[in-house]
Each structure stands twice: as structure tokens, then as C-alpha cells.
Design a protein around this ligand. Structure first.
Ligand code: ZN
Length: 507
């Protein structure tokens, strides 16, 4: 039995080591941010090599057997500390990540990383030219590699479980299947009742909106919602994302279409939601594996909460719409608040996930989730994927893509990552966001009126106290239980949808 005096220097050693790894990862993130924003195209080859080098160094540092011994030596200390303490959480979460990381051989990681770059390049050519045949051999190899990755975790109930676990720790296919089936059954009648009605007029969103004014307005909104520009910034990119280099430097990116108002606006609020989460992490966790969001689903719940539950609510626009009208008097001067509110919440059968409304969005996700499982289970070959995709769009959404660009080639995920675990987080996020918001209103009912007055501090502080500050200390399941007093449920989301859309449509 070691004494506490002998063990505590080991905790200091663990923290020092983890901070070095964190710094290597942050340097890689900065290189990636630059690649996606300002890097000239000529820099691509060297940048790919530099990123791979940094990733290899940080991975080998983290999976070094010395790290395993250090974690083992710290077990006695962990058991004496409260579960909720930063120290016990650090040891617990690091061990969980270490145990997963060491199962995957470094040689495989390097192979996967090289393949991802090649596959992404093929997809970037295939998507605009509607050429699935070009990317097919790459996707077939991705499927092989995804199955190989899963094989390093042989005791799983389902081949996709370990892949889902990377993004959403603790989630399993068996649970997600029944959750999604249940959700589908409750959603379909509402979706069908709505799409049968004549759609609301949304041409007001499709006029000429100059880029600089759009960006000025999004910055104004973000500032008021609580995003800290002393510790963040917004830049332009092709595929918007949030990224952090420390809890004091959390950046977001956006894209602007001058013929559409809703794209930059809601994508900025979405990424800002991710950013508020990371800006709100307790500074004491800085430089450790706890200084990040705890799972993809929880992260998505924060972006969707701000984007949809707040940002597409009538109360929000009651406050912001007159200001939006002064930014765009020619475009919106004669458009009423109700017309605008209906336009930004139009429900329709559509082909593109990222453009989908709050209701049908989940149907897009479930199609991808099911197809991932079928491919991993060996029941669906990559060559048959475009047909299977189109068939599911016909049966689930009543609409069929006319080409693969607006079908199976639309999302980057399978072409730059793996197959498996890529999409469940979006629907988990939608469900969690409603459950969190219900809990916030239960504790602080004044939040609804405050939103109408442009006052967001109470909600922001509630989220910071309940969710943001903890970073990665608690699992998604623990956080749901601690914050809402219940496991993840679909009812809050269904209640939210009913309340909102019964008012928007005659149901
Ligand atoms: Zn997101």
C-alpha cells in the first residue's frame, strides 16, 4: 500500500503529461482551423503531413505503457477522493480513454488516417460532379476499416457499439434502435398532418442579403446571447464548425449565402451554442482531457438548444425582428413578424439534412443510422448504397433524390471518418435539448419572458452551472440524471414539438 505522499506527486506527473498531450492536440487544432479558413490551397500537402505528425506524437505519448502504470498507481488515491472531485474525475476519465486508445494499434491509426485524407479528396471531387462511382472504392475500404476498428473491441453486443461509444460514450445500438423507433412512431403522424397542408410562404428568406450586413447581424446576436469575443472569434469556411485551442480561445466558423438569410444566421447561432459550452468550462480543468464537452450528443444538445428552441422561437424574434428589419429595410420592411416566424419554421419533405426543419431532421438522421448498421452488419454492400438511400427517402420522407449529390454524397461524415457512430448524436442532441430546456424552465420560469426582452443571462448562467462548467467530468447519462432528474426520454421533445407546431399549423 502506497502512502498519499508518494501518490500525490504521481497526480502532478499525470497532469503534466496530459497537459503536454493537450498542447500537441491544440497545436494540431490550430493547424486544422487555419487549413479550413485562411490557408492558401498550395499548403494542403504539407499541412496534411504536419497534422499527421502531431497526431502520431500525441497518440503515442498517450498510449505509452508508462501512462498505464501511472493510472494504475493512482487507483488507491482515486478511491479515497469524492467521485465528483476534479482529481477523481481526471483519473477516471483518463483511464477510460486510455483503455480504449491502447486497444487500437498505432499502425492501424496511421493507415486509417492516410485513408481518410485520400477518401476526403475523392469525395470533394465526386460530390459536385455527382460521381458516386469515383468515391465507391474508397467507401468500400472505409467500411473494411470501420469493421476492423470495431474488431479491436471483440466483446461488444453489436459491431457498431464501440464505434458509437467513441462519440457517445455508453450508448448502444439496442437502446438507440428502440429510442428511435419510438420517436418515429410519435413524429410521423405530426409530420404527415403538417406536410398535407399548404406550406407557409418563405420567399422573404430568399432575397438578396449582402454578406457584410448578414455577418454584422450574426455578430450582434451572438454578443447579446453571451458569446465572449475576448475569448473567441468568427471566421468564414465551407463547412461551419466550432473548435477550441483552450477554454479561453474557442472559435466558430460560418458560411454566408447572399441569396438566403437563414443559412449564416442559424448556422452561426448553432456553432455559437457549441462555443458557449466550451467557453463555460471551469478554468480549473484547462489543459486536461476534462476541458471539453462530454459527448457528441450533449454537445449537439447545446447547439440545437440555442439554434432551435431559443433561436427559432417566437419570443426570440419578438425582440430581434425589429432590429433585423432595420438591417434589411428593403427586404423585410413589409414582412410581418408572423410571416417571418412561419418561414423560419417551415416543415417540408426535403432531401438535405442540414437544411431540414426540426421535425423531419430526425427522419434524415434515422435513415443514416439504419444504413450504417446494415453496412456494418454486412447486409448492405456499398455498391447498393445509393439505391438503398433513395428507397429510404421515398418510404420515410416521400421524396426521392434525382442524383447522388443531393442523395448519398451530401454529408461528409462517411468520407472523412468511419462508417458507424456518425449520426446518432444529432437526434440525441434534439431530444436532450428539449429535456434540458424543460428543466431550466421548471427551475427558472422567468426565462421565457426574458427571451422576449432580449435578456439571456439567466438561461446562459443556468446552462453554465448545470452543464458547461463540468466539461467532461460526467458522462452524458450522469449529466441527464443530475440536471433533469431522469434518464433520456423522448416526451419533453414531443411536448415541445406539439406546443410549437400546433400553434404554427392547424393540427
Ligand atoms: Zn453541431
Amino acid at each position: 500500500m502506497q502512502t498519499t505522499e508518494k501518490i500525490e506527486p504521481k497526480l502532478v506527473k499525470l497532469k503534466t503529461c496530459l497537459t503536454q498531450i493537450n498542447d500537441l492536440e491544440a497545436a494540431a487544432s490550430l493547424l486544422y482551423w487555419d487549413q479550413a479558413t485562411y490557408m492558401p490551397p498550395g499548403g494542403a500537402t504539407a499541412r496534411g503531413r504536419q497534422l499527421a505528425t502531431l497526431q502520431e506524437v500525441s497518440h503515442s505519448k498517450f498510449t505509452d505503457p508508462a501512462m498505464g502504470r501511472l493510472l494504475e498507481d493512482l487507483t488507491p488515491l482515486e478511491t479515497t477522493l469524492p467521485y465528483k472531485s476534479d482529481e477523481a474525475s481526471l483519473i477516471r476519465v483518463t483511464r477510460r480513454k486510455y483503455d480504449k486508445a491502447v486497444r487500437v494499434p498505432a499502425e492501424f491509426m496511421a493507415r486509417l488516417s492516410r485513408h481518410r485524407t485520400e477518401s476526403y479528396e475523392a469525395w470533394a471531387k465526386a460530390r459536385p460532379t455527382n460521381n458516386f462511382a469515383l468515391v465507391r472504392p474508397y467507401l468500400e475500404k472505409t467500411l473494411d476499416l470501420s469493421q476492423e476498428l470495431a474488431s479491436f473491441f471483440p466483446n461488444s453486443d453489436h459491431i457498431a457499439d464501440p464505434l458509437i461509444d467513441f462519440a457517445d460514450y455508453g450508448m448502444k445500438v439496442s437502446f438507440l434502435r428502440s429510442l428511435f423507433d419510438n420517436l418515429r412512431q410519435q413524429l410521423m403522424p405530426i409530420v404527415e398532418a403538417i406536410v398535407e397542408q399548404s406550406p407557409p410562404e418563405d420567399s422573404c428568406l430568399r432575397q438578396y442579403y449582402p454578406e457584410t450586413k448578414q455577418l454584422d447581424f450574426t455578430l450582434k446576436v451572438m454578443r447579446q446571447l453571451g458569446y465572449d469575443f475576448q475569448r473567441g472569434r468568427q471566421d468564414k469556411t465551407h463547412h461551419p464548425f466550432m473548435i477550441n485551442f483552450s477554454t479561453d480561445d474557442v472559435r466558430i466558423t460560418t458560411r454566408v449565402y447572399e441569396n438566403r438569410l437563414d443559412q449564416a444566421l442559424f448556422s452561426s447561432i448553432h456553432e455559437m451554442g457549441h462555443g458557449l459550452y466550451e467557453q463555460g468550462i471551469n478554468p480549473k480543468l484547462e489543459g486536461t482531457p476534462l476541458a471539453c464537452g462530454t459527448s457528441s450528443g450533449i454537445h449537439e444538445s447545446q447547439s440545437r438548444l440555442w439554434e432551435n428552441i431559443v433561436g427559432r422561437s417566437r419570443g426570440f424574434w419578438k425582440y430581434f425582428y425589429p432590429q433585423l428589419q432595420t438591417f434589411f429595410p428593403n427586404q423585410l420592411g413589409n414582412v410581418s413578424l408572423d410571416t417571418f416566424y412561419q418561414a423560419i419554421n417551415k416543415v417540408e419533405r426535403s432531401l438535405i439534412r442540414t437544411d431540414a426543419d426540426e421535425l423531419t431532421y430526425n427522419l434524415h438522421v434515422m435513415i443514416r443510422f439504419d444504413l450504417e448498421l446494415q453496412m456494418l452488419e454486412g447486409k448492405l454492400a456499398v455498391r447498393d448504397l445509393p439505391d438503398a438511400w433513395n428507397e429510404r427517402y421515398r418510404s420515410d420522407l416521400g421524396i426521392v433524390p434525382t442524383n447522388d449529390t443531393e442523395g448519398v454524397l451530401q454529408d461528409v461524415h462517411w468520407y472523412t471518418n468511419q462508417i458507424g457512430g456518425m449520426f446518432q448524436c444529432y437526434t440525441l442532441g434534439n431530444l436532450m435539448s428539449a429535456q434540458f430546456f424543460e428543466a431550466a424552465l421548471w427551475e427558472r420560469p422567468e426565462i421565457s419572458t426574458q427571451i422576449e426582452q432580449g435578456e439571456f443571462t439567466t438561461l446562459h448562467n443556468w446552462l453554465k452551472d448545470s452543464i458547461y462548467q463540468h466539461g467532461g467530468k460526467y458522462t452524458a447519462a450522469e449529466l441527464m440524471k443530475n440536471v433533469t432528474g431522469s434518464v433520456l426520454r423522448i416526451e419533453p421533445f414531443i411536448r415541445y414539438i406539439h406546443r410549437k407546431y400546433e400553434q404554427l399549423y392547424s393540427l
